[in-house]
Design a protein around this ligand. Structure first.
Ligand SMILES: Cc1ncc(COP(=O)(O)O)c(C=O)c1O
Length: 400
């Protein structure tokens, strides 16, 4: 499926593969394509629509706000940003301040600039992990520990260093006097859904304290209940200096945020950083409604309970080698040799059968369903994945 038939050439740059499905509406855990076919969405726009599609409280907030005031410059105060920032600060344990951005990459850009200003001249290097993902702007791309993604865009901004994931010795060896901050995800999402451990994160905290280096945690994919705590690092008993978030904060409305403890936040003075849209009335109205629903629905508890059930049921399937992740951010590691197909082919078959997942590696499917997914929908999800894998297993056995 490409551009509409009336267009003789595709007007959109080819940064994504040609889409196979075009969705036109959504409700809760369900999406409908342009032929009115229904799909069970187990991906949530990559961990974005955590309250499901078209949540009425978010829709009402958007309608109401769009009729009152869509946008004013950040030169002026607006109604919702204070509340959203105060709620985020409370959920993070308090004592910090927030900068609003429009995306995950921009939230991380704010963190990188904070680290540079906090570190001062000569102390500007940010250490991150191989396998990480922090965004696609030039700086966040260099923070992203995937060298293959860097090549076409060299030279990238100076001041980034990568170490092996979950290796405290290598991290310690990298922390010389030029390092301002360590930036890590609590679960490497794009890197394959690889959770950190409490031992690793507490070791990083200790090293950062010993060296006077900031510990910055990228919760763009993991934050706001998805992993069974308000923020996934809270599983590990550490308090970071900086936390970034985005995806689920607007439930589909673009908004990101960079929180820093007050002493770090204080290095930003008027004029140091800015964005036209960050924290504008429409986006913060959505985020305020999202946070109110998330608190009322106790989404972290739901993610824990439903995540445990989904993991256990999927791990019991004969074609599944293991299920990893935290809460409702899961990777289902498939026995691709026995199945004779890649995880990408399994994702395509599931899409043909009306279930949305993605292949996070060639051998694993990623699941990030709505945190409000119902028990019936969990049953449907498990049944659909089980029958797709069983059919592939049978087909594989017949061809060998
Ligand atoms: C951990 C993490 N950081 C940053 C980003 C970049 O966010 P955005 O695509 O909103 O710029 C992503 C996107 O997937 C992410 O998963």
């Amino acid at each position: 499926m490409g551009a509409p038939a009336e267009m003789d050439r595709c007007p959109i740059m080819a940064t994504y593969g040609a889409p196979t499905v075009q969705f036109v509406r959504g409700q809760g855990s369900w999406l409908w394509d342009r032929d009115d076919r229904r799909y069970l969405d187990l991906l949530s726009g990559l961990a974005v629509t955590s309250l499901g599609h078209s949540h009425p409280a978010v829709a009402d907030a958007l309608c109401e706000q769009s009729r009152r005031l869509l946008h004013v410059s950040n030169l002026f105060g607006t109604e919702h940003g204070w509340h959203v920032a105060a709620t985020l600060d409370r959920l993070l344990g308090g004592g910090g301040q927030v900068f609003f951005a429009n995306s995950g990459a921009e939230a991380n850009e704010a963190a990188l600039k904070l680290a540079r200003k906090f570190g001062g001249r000569g102390r500007h290097v940010v250490v991150s992990a191989y396998g990480s993902f922090h965004g696609r702007t030039l700086a966040t791309l260099h923070a992203t520990g995937q060298p293959a993604k860097h090549e076409a865009f060299q030279p990238l901004p100076e001041g980034f260093r990568h170490v092996a994931w979950s290796d405290l010795d290598e991290l310690e060896a990298s922390l010389d006097d030029s390092v301002a901050a360590v930036l890590l995800e609590p679960v490497q999402g794009e890197g394959g859904v690889n959770p950190a451990t409490a031992e690793y994160f507490s070791g990083v905290r200790r090293l950062c304290d010993e060296r006077g280096v900031l510990f910055m945690v990228d919760e763009v994919q993991t934050g706001l209940g998805r992993c069974g705590r308000w923020f996934a690092h809270q599983h590990f008993g550490v308090v970071p200096d900086v936390v970034t978030m985005a995806k689920s904060l607007g439930n589909g409305v673009p908004i990101g945020a960079c929180w820093a403890r007050a002493e770090v936040a204080a290095v930003f003075e008027p004029g140091d950083h800015a964005t036209t849209y960050g924290g504008q009335p429409l986006a913060t109205a959505a985020a305020r409604a999202v946070l109110a629903v998330m608190e009322a629905e106790r989404v972290p508890e739901r993610a824990t309970t439903v995540g445990a059930e989904l993991s256990a049921r999927l791990a019991a399937l004969p074609e599944v080698r293991a299920v990893r992740g935290l809460g409702l951010l899961l990777a289902v590691e498939l026995d691709v040799e026995a199945l004779g197909v890649t995880a990408g082919q399994v994702a395509t078959l599931l899409s043909d059968r009306g279930v949305v997942v993605n292949a996070v590696t060639p051998t694993a499917l990623r699941l990030a369903p709505s945190l409000l997914i119902t028990p019936d929908e969990v049953d449907l999800a498990v049944d659909a994945i089980a029958s797709a894998l069983a059919d592939l297993g049978t087909a594989g056995a017949e061809t060998t």
